[in-house]
Structures are given as structure tokens and as C-alpha cells.
Design a protein around this ligand. Structure first.
Ligand SMILES: [Zn+2]
Length: 394
């Protein structure tokens, strides 16, 4: 008789032995769980530590920029330039705004992630602390990452040399006569360049060309320009009364494609100026103006002159309303329709959200050492006056 010997076969166990081995199994399971908990705690600790390190690096960069003369300029030229070349190029591959997509995904993910931790803490007794730890470590890491990207791709650049210093413009208080002369010049130019071409995606490429064209005379603006991107849901910007936004997290120039067409080319160039490392609003406005008026595209030239007219006109209206009104009547019919359309568009979005967004933008600019806050956009007029004086002299 062949006897099969099976190595897996074991002798029958007594009731006492079974109870003992079950106890062992339970103990092993508990030890395993304990080890897994420890591993998870270490993982969360490392994640939180990475977040704190990123936050510390951001803080050191901010301090260096604020306290060390010349650091901001050195950083913009030698470090930030390469960030645009590499990181900006990668995000630029995507035809849609990466930051916008990440924003939507991020909101949904955060809600689901938070809900899953709450659920686990409710189902498994005694896990509330570890679930909360996991949640906090992830959020700490993400905040550190955002703070680092913000500082590395934007925050330090607030402390670089002003653009006007490269052009050696004499920026000073100007008598009202000079402002009137500038407004008259702009009125003529607006009437000369008036254009009714509707918005097209081709403006993205032209924006890059216009900036590259300006870089021929201002080498500080040279370098790679990723494609500007219209937001898929422009409403997000409209309710904040924003025509565009630069995303330091993805090095992207985003704009509001829903607003009146004449605003779009200048906004594209304004945001590309931020992307080039010129963060001050008056300077981005001025660079956008110069890029637009030097463009080969009529829509860009019109956008540049009309935006310049609006800012200079507002400054004039505050000092001499009568002359402003007279200049307004000299504008051609289409431009007056464009301005009315623009006002109607933004009026639709006036309200609490716009007020809060404006206050937030004001605070943000002041935190970044722009004491005039949102009023700094209007300082573009001082730069236009200085530039106009210089052009008149030549
Ligand atoms: Zn801006």
C-alpha cells in the first residue's frame, strides 16, 4: 500500500490548542497593525517635514529678496530665467490652462480626501488621531509646496530692479499740461488704429511675438514665452473683476476671454510681462502697452493705445474733467461703443465678490511691498508720461 505523505497535513488539534493558536494569530495581527500604524506615522511625519522644509526655503528666499540688495535682480536673471525655460516650457505644452484644471481637480480631491479620513475615523474606533495626522501632514506638504512655488516663480521677482530703470526713464510728477498732451496724442493714435477684428486664438501667438519684438530693444524681456491661455471658465475672473492672472504655480499667463475684445491683446502682454519676471502692476501695464503698440497686428496696436487712453484719461478726468470730456467726444464712434461695452461688461459683475477680490488684491500687493496696492495699476500713466517726454525730445 502506497502511503502518501503530505507535508501540509497536521495532526488534529485539541480544543485548548486551537484557542491558543487563535490567540497567537490575533496577537500577530495586532503586532502587524501596530507596525503598519508606525510606518504610516513615519510616512506622515516625513511628508509634514517636507512641507515645513519647503515653507522654510520660501521664507529664506523672501528674506533674502527683502533684505539683500541685488538679490532679487540676480535671482530673476540667473534663476527665474531657467524656471521659465524649463518648467514654463513643460506647462506650456498643454493647450489649456494647467492651473485652472488643477484648481478644479484640487477642490474635488480635497473634499473627497477629507471625507474619506472622516469616514475612516468614524468607522474604526481609536483612529481619529492618526487620521487627523494623515490629513494635516498632506495639507502641510501641499501648503509648503504652494508657498515655495509662489516665492520661487513670483514672490522674489517683486524685488528686482524696476523696468523703468533699464529704460532710464525720468519718472516724476508731471504738470496737467503734459497729461493733456499725452491724452491728445493717445486720442489721435486710437482713432488712427481703431480695429474691429474679433477675438481669435491667433492672438496668443501674436502676444508672444509682440513681447519678443519689444525684447529686441529691451533685452531684459528676452527669453522663452510659453503660450498665453484663456481660461475655460472665464466667469472665475469676471466675478473678481480681473482681466487676467499670472499663475506662479505653473508659470502661465491666463486671461479672461469673455471681456470686450479690445482688452484682450493688452492683457495677454501684461500677463506675459509678469511671466518674464516684472511683477509690479504699473510696469506690467506699461510693458504691455509698449509691446502692443509695437506689434504688427492692428488689434494689438489698437488695444495698446486704447488701454493707454483709458488709464491716462482717468488720470486726466480726476484733474480736469472738462478737457477729458472734450477729448472723449473726439474719439471715433466704434471706440466709444467699445468703451461702453467694456463698462457694461464689468458692471454686470459688480457686487460683494468683486469688492472682496479687490480688497484681497490690494492686500496681496501691499504684502509684496507695493504700498499703493491696487492704485499701482494707474501709475502706468507716470511711465507713459516719462516715455512720451523722451519720445518728444528725440
Ligand atoms: Zn498684473
Amino acid at each position: 500500500m502506497v502511503q502518501f505523505i503530505c507535508t501540509a497535513t497536521r495532526r488534529p488539534q485539541s480544543g485548548k490548542e486551537i484557542k491558543g493558536s487563535l490567540g497567537n494569530l490575533q496577537m500577530k495581527k495586532e503586532i502587524g497593525l501596530h507596525k503598519e500604524k508606525k510606518r504610516a506615522a513615519r510616512r506622515h511625519g516625513r511628508l509634514a517635514a517636507a512641507g515645513v522644509i519647503l515653507l522654510a526655503v520660501a521664507g529664506i528666499l523672501q528674506l533674502a529678496a527683502r533684505k539683500t540688495a541685488g538679490f532679487g535682480e540676480w535671482y530673476a536673471v540667473h534663476v527665474y530665467h531657467w524656471i521659465v525655460e524649463i518648467y514654463g516650457r513643460i506647462c506650456g505644452i498643454f493647450p489649456v490652462s494647467v492651473v485652472e484644471i488643477l484648481l478644479y481637480i484640487g477642490i474635488i480631491w480635497l473634499i473627497l480626501y477629507t471625507a474619506s479620513h472622516i469616514r475612516r475615523a468614524a468607522v474604526h474606533e481609536g483612529t481619529a488621531a492618526s487620521e487627523a495626522g494623515a490629513w494635516f501632514s498632506t495639507v502641510c506638504f501641499l501648503l509648503g509646496l504652494l508657498a515655495f512655488l509662489y516665492t520661487a516663480c513670483c514672490g522674489v521677482n517683486y524685488y528686482r530692479r524696476p523696468f523703468s530703470s533699464y529704460l532710464e526713464l525720468e519718472v516724476r510728477e508731471s504738470p496737467v499740461e503734459e497729461l493733456i498732451a499725452l491724452c491728445e496724442f493717445l486720442t489721435e493714435k486710437v482713432n488712427e488704429t481703431v480695429d474691429s477684428t474679433p477675438y481669435s486664438q491667433a492672438w496668443n501667438a501674436e502676444g508672444r511675438r509682440a513681447m519678443a519684438g519689444l525684447a529686441e530693444t529691451c533685452p531684459q524681456l528676452s527669453g522663452y514665452y510659453p503660450r498665453p491661455k484663456p481660461l475655460l471658465i472665464p466667469w472665475i475672473l469676471s466675478v473678481q473683476q480681473l482681466s487676467g492672472i499670472y499663475s506662479p504655480f505653473t508659470v502661465e499667463a491666463n486671461y479672461n476671454r469673455a471681456m470686450t475684445d479690445y482688452n484682450i491683446p493688452h492683457t495677454i502682454c501684461h500677463e506675459l510681462s509678469h511671466l518674464r519676471g516684472f511683477m509690479r502692476e504699473d510696469e506690467a501695464n506699461f510693458i504691455g502697452y509698449l509691446a502692443c503698440i509695437g506689434s504688427a497686428d492692428p488689434s494689438f496696436r489698437y488695444s495698446g493705445y486704447l488701454t493707454g487712453w483709458v488709464y491716462a484719461g482717468n488720470a486726466l478726468a480726476a484733474q480736469d474733467l472738462e478737457t477729458y470730456s472734450e477729448l472723449y467726444t473726439r474719439l471715433n464712434e466704434q471706440t466709444r461703443a467699445d468703451l461702453a461695452d467694456n463698462n457694461a461688461f464689468w458692471n454686470r459683475y459688480e457686487g460683494k465678490a468683486a469688492e472682496v477680490a479687490n480688497q484681497m488684491n490690494d492686500t496681496y500687493l501691499k504684502i509684496n511691498s507695493q504700498p499703493d496696492g491696487v492704485r499701482s495699476y494707474g501709475r502706468m500713466v507716470d511711465l507713459m508720461l516719462a516715455y512720451y517726454r523722451e519720445q518728444e525730445r528725440e
